[in-house]
Design a protein around this ligand. Sequence first.
Ligand code: NIG
Ligand code: FE
Length: 390
Amino acid sequence: MTTTAVTHIASLVTNDPSLGNGTPLGLIHDAAVVIDGDRIVWTGESSKAPATDNVLDAAGRAVIPGFVDSHSHLVFAGDRTEEFNARMSGQPYRAGGIRTTVAATRAASDDDLSANVARYLAEALRQGTTTFETKSGYGLTVEDEARALRIAGRHMDEVTYLGAHIVSPDYADDPAGYVDLVTGPMLDACAPHARWIDVFCEQGAFDGDQARAILTAGRAKGLHPRVHANQLSYGPGVQLAVELDAASADHCTHLTDADVDALAQGNTVATLLPGAEFSTRAEWPDARRLLDAGATVALSTDCNPGSSFTSSVPFCIALAVRDMGMTPDEAVWAATAGGAAALRRTDVGRITPGARADLVLLDAPSHVHLAYRPGVPLVSAVWRRGERVV
Ligand code: NIG
Ligand code: FE
C-alpha cells in the first residue's frame, strides 16, 4: 500500500479527547497525519512523523475529519422554488408540500433520480462531506419506496426507509390502511435495501401511536430506528425515540424539559438541522440547552427540496454558532463525531489510527474559521477512504 503524510498542519481536529489539548476536539498543533490505503495509521506532531511514500505540506492550514451528514432526503425529482418564494413572502411551512415532490419523483426515471443523487453528493463532497445518510420518502408506494432505496444504495451505505414521511395521497381517506402498508408489504420490499427506519412523527404526518407501530415493525425486520421528532410542534417523537433506543431524534426544535432530560439520559443523539429553520423561517432549536443538559448533539443538513435545500455542512455550522448557542468547537464536533454517533459509527468522524482516512484540508489556520468566515468556500482538499477526491 502507498503511504501518504499530510504535514505541518497548523491545527488538527482529531476528535480524540486523549490527544492534544485534552478538549473533545483533541486539537494538535503543528501536526501530521499518515494515511495507509484507506485508513489513518498515525497522528502526532509533524516533527515526529514517520517517513512515507508521499508528503503533502499543509503549510499552516487546518485539517478536520470529513463531515458526517447523518440526515438528508436526496432521492427526489423537481424542486419547490415557488413554495420557497411563497414562504419568503409570509406563507408558513407545511408538511403537505411533500406531496409536490412525491408526484415529481414518481414520474421520474431511475436514471434521472440516480443522477440527482450523484449531483448532490458531489456538491456535498466539495464542501467536505465524506459520509452521507439518505432516505426514501418521496415515493410512498411499495415500488417507488423500494426503488428509492435501491438507488440510494448505489451511492452510499447509510440508507433509511421513510415510507412514513406523510400518509400517501392515495390513502388520504384511510391513514390506518397506509400504516398497514408501511408496516406490511412496503416494509417487506424495503427492508433488504435499508439499514434504518424513520418516521415523520408530527401533526399532519404520523402520531405517536402510528410512529411506534411503524418503528416497532421495522425493528422486527432488522432495521434500526431514527425519528423526525418535534420539528414543527411539541409532541411524542423525542420520548418515543429515546424509549425505542433510536440512534437519533432529528430536528428537536420544540422540546419540553422532559424531552431534554430524556435525550440527556438516553443513548439517542439529538440531531439539529438548522438549514430547515433557515429555509422555513422557523425558530431555532436550542443547542445550548441540550448541551448544558448533557445530550449528545449532531448537526446535519436535512438536504431536501422542501424545507432545507442545502448540502452545505459549513453553512449549518455557521448557523448553529450564530443562532443556536454553540461554540465553534461544539459545532465542528457535532458535524463530525456527532454525525458519526447519530449513525452509530466509530470508523468515521475522527482522525485517529484505525479510522477511515476521511480528511478535509481547510484554506484557514483553524476550524473556527468555518463559523468565522461564513459563506466562504474554505474546503481546499478532501480525502475519502484515503483517496484524494477534491
Ligand atoms: O426533514 N420533516 C419532514 N421531512 C423533511 C421535509 C421534506 C419536504 O418538505 O419535502 C424535513 O424537513
Ligand atoms: Fe428530514
